[in-house]
Design a protein around this ligand. Structure first.
Ligand code: G
Ligand code: G
Ligand code: MN
Length: 555
């Protein structure tokens, strides 16, 4: 395409040059001879003809400069110079008829120079704009647009290449805690590290935020490329020191190769995204190659998301309730509300699966709001008869991004006339991963209106004594994984569970054990002072009518 364009330009330039030379020749002859031309009734003398020819020639010169940036002006000067030669010769013979012609040639030179000058200014500006559109202003690297253009070129040329997407996993934390200026400097340092590593056949750019893309043009097998990428990850993962602040670098790399993994920029990026989201849930690896199972996981997630959407619209989501009892006397304390969803053919979709998919989209807000309303609505009349019963619901950590969440809960409770003291909100430790002060504020508001708060899956996350004592929590739920490991003959796991129970009591919290399946487990927990028990031993999750029957049986 490019070559054809250049050929066309050269042919045009040659054509224009011939025209200019002919005009110059006629011009010289006319001015030298002082001829008269008759075209029908029109009679033109030599100076009139010269005027017409000069104007036409000027237009041809301008066209030449436009036709070729490189040669247009030079060829014009050459043609003008040839035109001047006969005039100079005439001067040497003592004839000065050519003076007007000389003046016109001088003005032609000036005009060509002027047009050429403005054209090169315009060209420079175009280049600057083009650079701005294709350069990342922070790091000076190629931006997404530019790198996509290069990838499209490689695809067009049917080259073999790898795309390697590097992301700095801890960038958000660094940026939020140390500051944006520091964050910017960190990105520049990473860009420099990347660029310093580049070899022939490799180029890179910044896609967005802390995400960089390296393109390696080669057809060597993935195993060899993995070694090369390991080198990159090793260098990029070294802590970065700016001023006197050192930041660890948590780098993950996702890789796709073309043509095997895709023949289209969009498909390659989609596979990179899938590979990257797989990498987020794996903590002991840093380099991830795309494979087809990632696509099937993504399409399964799409399917579940679709099903969940439909379920919310058509009321297909439903609830089950798992009883909780006192560990010693098996007195009913209340129920944990758990949501259930089935596929079109009736097979259950695992709740941890659809909940985690809902959490990645904004559907979790709708799911949890629906669950809260449905649970409160169902149990509102029951609570009137059983004023000590506690109904707990699981709430995703993402709700705490809503500063008014406590007000929202209060409004729901009012709408369904449900006493706040009979509601318990279950949260997991991931709620504190983002901003503890916002969560604290929200939990405090909930406690102020007498809603209870339970800390779910305790022991599996980043349990820290300092936040535990700072948070307004009522109940610690010991995760099932610890209960599974209890041993009548004694073990370190036993000691760990004992420790959680006594720590909970020191902090004035009640403690419940989840997933209690065996009488021996219940005995141990009861001996150690665990307050409450939830598990298959005393009750599986049941539907609302069965839950009501359990309540009746207690009386
Ligand atoms: O019983 P079950 O397999 O449903 O629970 C799986 C996980 O899903 C548990 O961790 C539970 O807390 C969570 N879960 C169940 N229902 C809901 C819900 O309605 N909202 C949220 N956020 N989590 C739920
Ligand atoms: O994470 P959360 O605590 O909300 O999860 C409760 C989950 O544990 C639910 O999926 C519930 O069905 C399940 N569960 C509750 N008791 C038992 C039990 O005794 N054994 C097993 N295997 N699962 C249980
Ligand atoms: Mn729970």
């Amino acid at each position: 395409m490019k070559v054809k364009n250049r050929d066309e330009k050269i042919i045009l330039l040659i054509g224009l040059t011939v025209v200019a030379v002919i005009i110059s020749a006629v011009f010289s002859i006319m001015t030298a001879r002082g001829s008269v031309i008759k075209i029908g009734p029109i009679v033109l003398n030599s100076s009139q003809i010269a005027g017409v020819l000069t104007s036409v020639r000027a237009i041809v010169f301008i066209a030449m400069v436009f036709a070729s940036k490189r040669y247009g002006s030079k060829v014009s000067y050459f043609v003008i110079a040839i035109g001047v030669v006969p005039i100079i010769i005439e001067f040497s013979h003592g004839s000065f008829n050519g003076i007007p012609g000389l003046a016109q040639n001088v003005s032609a030179v000036l005009m060509v120079a002027l047009v050429d000058h403005f054209l090169s200014i315009a060209e420079k500006q175009k280049k600057v704009l083009q650079n701005m559109a294709e350069q990342d202003p922070l790091t000076g690297m190629k931006n997404r647009r530019s790198i996509n253009k290069d990838i499209a070129y490689l695809l067009d040329e049917e080259k073999n290449f790898y795309l390697c997407y590097f992301t700095i996993e801890n960038f958000k934390i660094v940026n939020d805690t140390i500051g944006r200026d520091y964050g910017d400097k960190l990105l520049i340092a990473v860009a420099n590290r990347l660029q310093a590593l580049l070899r022939e056949g490799e180029f890179c750019g910044r896609i967005t935020g802390p995400d960089f893309l390296l393109v390696i043009e080669t057809s060597v097998p993935s195993k060899v490329i993995e070694e090369r990428i390991k080198d990159y990850v090793k260098v990029l993962s070294k802590p970065i020191v700016i001023g006197n602040v050192e930041s660890p670098m948590e780098i993950k790399a996702a890789i796709v190769k073309s043509p095997e993994d895709g023949l289209d920029v969009d498909v390659l990026y989609r596979h990179l995204d899938g590979t990257l989201s797989r990498s987020k849930s794996t903590h002991d690896k840093r380099i991830f190659f795309y494979n087809a199972s990632i696509t099937s996981e993504i399409s399964e997630a799409f399917h579940i998301e679709d099903r969940l959407f439909k379920a919310l619209d058509d009321d297909l989501l439903h609830l089950v309730f798992q009883p909780q009892f006192t560990a010693d006397t098996k007195k009913l304390r209340g129920f944990e509300t758990l949501s259930r969803l089935e596929d079109e053919d009736g097979t259950p979709i695992r709740p941890d699966k659809f909940i985690s998919i809902a959490e990645r989209t904004n559907l979790i807000f709708k799911v949890d709001d629906w669950v809260l309303k449905a649970a409160v609505e169902k149990f509102s009349p029951i609570i009137k008869e059983n004023p000590d019963l506690i109904i707990s619901v699981n709430i995703s950590a993402r709700h705490f991004q809503r500063l008014d969440y406590a007000d929202y809960v209060l409004k729901v409770l009012k709408d369904y006339d449900f006493p706040p003291k009979n509601l318990e909100i279950e949260i997991t430790e991931t709620a504190f991963a983002d901003s503890i002060s916002v969560v604290q504020e929200c939990l405090r508001k909930l406690r102020d209106i007498s809603v209870k708060v339970a800390l779910d899956d305790f022991g599996t996350g980043y349990a820290s004594l300092s936040y535990l004592s700072a948070l307004p929590i009522n109940l610690l739920k010991i995760d099932k994984s610890f209960i599974d490991k209890l041993n009548v003959d004694g073990s370190t796991d036993n000691e760990f569970v004992k420790l959680i129970i006594s720590m909970g009591h020191t902090l004035n919290l009640e403690v419940i054990s989840e997933g209690v399946e065996l009488e021996e487990q219940r005995n141990l927990l009861n001996d150690w002072g665990c307050d409450l028990i939830q598990g298959y031993l005393w009750g599986r999750p049941v539907d609302f009518d069965q839950a009501c029957a359990i309540i009746e049986n207690q009386k």
